[in-house]
Design a protein around this ligand. Structure first.
Ligand code: SAH
Length: 387
């Protein structure tokens, strides 16, 4: 037994004792947002645990997609209890699911703060691709895009970005009766939001998704698409090794500035300059997405200008037939015109493909993600301020 401290002889015994403060409830650490390195630091430095416990916890979250500490049965009960008081895995709750006739499934998730985001699952013969969101809403305000009408609500955390992948893996496993924990083979960051406008969280999410102790996606199977935030393209090239896609969508600055406000800050010349400097891995090309808008950017002259623009860039063009959104005022290019456009590009030695339109019947196609019926549509904060 410890002896109580003797009272010092000159202590003021009449002073009011300071009432014992109840300790403020500690903020829970979002462990699903940490890289293995970060998680190891948290477990060893904050919780006084051994490092291999971090690997166990990480594998539970990012290989098996566990969403509660309870199910991590090879962690001691005491550790699971401790984790519950100090840490959390932030869940995405499935709110709606829509299936297209072409096999595409659009999932709508509710975040903890009551926001809605969407991910689109696109199975094909040789791959299972997920289109992932990086923000709630988007600040880029492209005039043809439905998400652009929402304004930016907030960034997704790394954990919320990764959680879309885990959740869809879980759904697909159930749906297709698969044994494997990771049915998804490819990821495209082309959902709601501008990935390079949430770069730090995107980077952390990529680290987790590419980690061997996690889902172990190959850099060859991940593509990030950007509206063209020029300074961020450089950082993206230096700090990640995944594939780059650029939403070009126009053949002149006049056109592009009309539909994509970002072009008023970084025009086509600046954007393509960043592309020329981009550190491309052996055999890789930059994908340029070009949404075909009838009588706006789909003429022969547009095709010729595009050939010239991309002349000295290892490029591949994905022509996207416009998915019409009520009220936005643009029309889809006719099939024959799209085909002619593609042919002109090919003849000009630019590899071009017409992207198959997926999920149109469920508004799950490009530029249609705006969670109709969700609360995001209200109190829009249009924020054209660019970083
Ligand atoms: N903000 C990023 C990621 C979103 S990708 C980016 O802009 O690249 C979404 C793609 O769909 C972009 O290439 C965009 O140009 C395209 N898009 C937007 N609205 C569309 C629509 N209504 N129909 C077809 N494609 C659209």
């Amino acid at each position: 037994m410890m002896q109580p401290e003797p009272t010092p002889p000159n202590a003021d015994l009449t002073a009011t004792p300071v009432p014992e403060q109840a300790p403020a409830p500690a903020k829970l650490t979002e462990v699903s947002s940490l890289t293995l390195e970060g998680l190891t630091r948290f477990l060893t430095e904050e919780l006084g645990e051994r490092a291999f416990r971090a690997s166990q916890l990480y594998r539970w979250m990012h290989q098996r997609g566990a969403t509660s500490f309870e199910e991590m049965t090879d962690l001691s009960k005491a550790l699971r209890e401790k984790l519950k008081t100090r840490a959390e895995i932030v869940p995405l709750v499935k709110d709606a699911e829509q299936r297209s006739v072409d096999g595409t499934i659009k999932y709508r998730w509710k975040t903890r703060d009551g926001r809605y985001i969407e991910s689109v699952y696109m199975p094909s013969e040789d791959r299972k691709t997920l289109c992932v969101s990086t923000q709630v809403g988007c600040a880029m305000a492209c005039t043809f895009c439905m998400t652009g009408t929402l304004g930016l609500k907030r960034n997704l955390t790394p954990g919320e970005i990764v959680a879309q992948v885990h959740a869809v893996n879980r759904e697909v496993r159930k749906l297709e009766k698969l044994e494997t924990y990771r049915p998804l083979s490819n990821l495209v960051f082309m959902g709601m939001g501008e990935p390079l406008h949430n770069f730090e969280n995107l980077k952390t999410a990529l680290k987790i998704l590419q980690s061997v102790e996690g889902p172990n996606f190959s850099h060859r199977h991940i593509t990030v698409s950007t509206v063209g935030l020029v300074p961020m393209i450089e950082r993206f090239g230096q700090e990640t090794d995944v594939k780059l896609a650029i939403s070009l969508n126009a053949s002149t600055d006049e056109q592009r500035s009309k539909t994509m406000p970002v072009n008023r800050k970084w025009n086509i010349a600046a954007l393509l300059d960043a592309c020329r400097k981009f550190p491309l891995r052996q055999g890789r090309r930059i994908t340029f997405e070009y949404v075909l808008l009838r009588d706006f950017n789909d003429s022969d002259e547009d095709a010729f200008r595009l050939i010239e623009l991309l002349e000295d860039i290892p490029a591949k063009v994905n022509l996207i037939p416009y998915n019409e959104n009520p009220g936005l005022g643009f029309k889809t290019t006719m099939d024959e015109r799209a085909e002619r456009f593609r042919e002109l590009l090919t003849n000009g030695h630019v590899a071009a493909f017409i992207r198959q339109n997926r999920g149109r019947d469920i508004a799950g196609a490009c530029g249609q993600l705006a969670n109709r019926g969700g609360e995001n549509a209200s109190e829009s904060t249009q924020n054209p301020e660019l970083p």
